[in-house]
Design a protein around this ligand. Structure first.
Ligand code: FES
Length: 183
């Protein structure tokens, strides 16, 4: 995982970031699942929807939860991001139903349109997890194992909005609208 040097300690956090985390911790208290609630709130408040190492360390310090436990929670639950996310997040389903209905082609076309290199070598396998962000941070392209909406395959989620029976044309229209700031 790429981590900026200044991210390594919680001392690098700004006062307002510490305050926000303290407030989230106070809000969730010692309730079961409090750690997940704190992580979720703190990530939601971040402009790039991610949790830095400094943030995780500070949460650990303030809650007394060991750093390894905090880190494990962020890697276990797919909703947490450890890298900055693009302004727009597109998630392509790579489950079997979507795969057989052409999700790989949709994924490859998206990579091409967004100027992302999907993979250095070979084709994307169904099971491979992907998370790529454009250099300008406008788009993050991810894959998911299954949205649980297989009857609607192929399924693509754009900024938390599920699109069903997606084809190249509809996807291209979505991306164009986002690029032009119409969404
Ligand atoms: S395989 Fe795509 S929604 Fe289930």
């Amino acid at each position: 995982m790429a981590t900026a040097a200044h991210d390594l300690t919680s001392e690098s956090l700004e006062a307002h970031e510490r305050l926000l985390i303290d407030q989230a911790i106070a809000k969730h208290g010692n309730r079961p699942g409090a750690l997940l609630g704190v992580l979720e709130d703190v990530q939601a408040a971040n402009a790039h929807k991610y949790l830095s190492m400094a943030v995780l360390r500070y949460i650990s310090e303030r809650t007394g939860v060991p750093p390894s436990t905090v880190y494990s929670a962020t890697t276990f639950y797919s909703l947490f991001n450890l890298d900055p996310q693009g302004d727009n997040v597109i998630c392509v389903c790579r489950g079997t139903a979507c795969h057989t209905r052409g999700s790989r082609i949709l994924l490859e076309k998206l990579c091409l349109d967004l100027g992302l290199s999907e993979h250095e070598s070979g084709e994307t396998k169904e099971t491979e997890k992907l998370a790529l962000t454009t250099a300008d941070n406008r788009f993050t392209l991810r894959t998911v194992a299954c949205f649980g909406q297989c009857a609607l395959a192929p399924v693509v989620e754009v900024n938390h909005h599920i699109l069903s029976h997606v084809n190249e044309r509809t996807l291209q229209r979505e991306v164009k609208a986002l690029t032009q700031g119409r969404k």
